[in-house]
Design a binder for this molecule. Structure first.
Ligand code: HEM
Length: 292
């Protein structure tokens, strides 16, 4: 959750780091075999690669729906799970960046956004792997997906919300579990990273004169002209924005290549719908470019 301290035990599930040794919710207690209790295990010389990373559990999570098993379904599951892990990391980094902006720690906020942008590049390049699957190979198991679709990815909506994109606010009421609905509602109620940037710029000499888009653009234009460090931070935001649009663009081309003009499993028009989603998260940072 934006502004959430990762050390806060009341943080949202999945974003609050590994359980601590004294956490009663730990599956096996403080010394149990599955506990990620790094220091204690290391002290006993018990920690291994597999126990630390939970490799057995991880490798048990790829369950094919096709029966008999279709060869290409494993790739489809693995790639989606890898994306969800990266989404988790992106949310972790973006929440960190929001906190750093709140503390006016511009260098570390910029560095964190650089990491976000680098992860986004990895997300884009991973689509190449999926494109080794032909339309016929995908069709061999598509029916087993029923109405499941990336459209229902809670973490992707969380990413949109933390960036300030609120078009899919209704996802907060539609998510599968109460925990996911609570997470999405929390994100909708919290300030976005864009709000955090504008507040940071306001505190550091670049306050908009009024609460309008034009006034925000005036303030951004002044920051770009007069304050190279503020300009560099704004460019880091542009990198993130461009990275997400690149992913959306590559995803829609991959979808066109794989399912043609067919509707999606999530019920949308498919390519037609996805094209409408390629838009900036931070429009003022693009509008301001007309002024130079
Ligand atoms: C063969 C591979 C894929 C196909 C054919 C495909 C197809 C589609 C389609 C048609 C949609 C529109 C919603 C719908 O009606 O279902 C969609 C949305 C989406 N897909 Fe995929 N997809 C594929 C792979 C992926 C992968 C690997 C990811 C990574 C997580 C992903 C994430 C998403 C997300 C987040 C959305 C929602 C986008 C939005 O609403 O802005 N998709 N996909």
């Amino acid at each position: 959750m934006p502004g959430h301290d990762p050390d806060d035990p009341d943080g949202p599930a999945g974003l609050d780091g590994p359980p601590r040794p004294d956490d009663p919710a730990r599956p096996d207690g403080p010394d149990g075999p599955a506990g990620p209790d790094g220091p204690a295990r290391r002290a006993r010389g018990e920690l291994t690669y597999g126990s630390y990373l939970r490799v057995p559990e991880l490798l048990g999570l790829q369950q094919l729906s096709s029966d008999p098993p279709e060869h290409d379904e494993l790739l489809f599951i693995v790639i989606h799970q890898v994306y969800e892990l990266w989404f988790k990391q992106l949310l972790w980094e973006l929440d960190h960046a929001v906190r750093l902006l709140g503390a006016d720690d511009r260098p570390r906020a910029g560095k964190t956004l650089y990491r976000v942008r680098t992860i986004l590049k990895v997300l884009v390049s991973q689509l190449d792997v999926l494109e080794t699957m032909t339309p016929l190979e995908f069709a061999s198991f598509r029916d087993y997906l029923e109405s499941g679709s990336g459209f229902q990815s809670t973490q992707f909506r969380e990413l949109e919300f933390v960036l300030g994109l609120r078009e899919h606010a209704a996802a907060a009421e539609r998510a599968d579990t109460a925990e996911e609905r609570a997470r999405l509602r929390g994100r909708l109620a919290a300030r976005s990273i864009w709000d955090a940037l504008v507040a940071h710029l306001s505190r550091t000499g670049h306050a908009p004169q009024e609460d309008t888009d034009a006034a925000v653009e005036d303030a951004l234009a002044r920051a770009y002209r007069e304050d190279p460090r503020a300009a560099a931070l704004c460019e880091a935001f542009v990198e993130v924005d461009e990275g997400l649009q690149e992913w959306r663009y590559r995803h829609v081309v991959m979808v066109r290549r794989t399912i043609g003009a067919k509707h999606g499993t999530g019920g949308s028009t498919g390519v037609g719908y996805l094209r409408t989603t390629i838009r900036p998260a931070f429009p003022p940072l693009w509008a301001v470019r007309d002024r130079f």
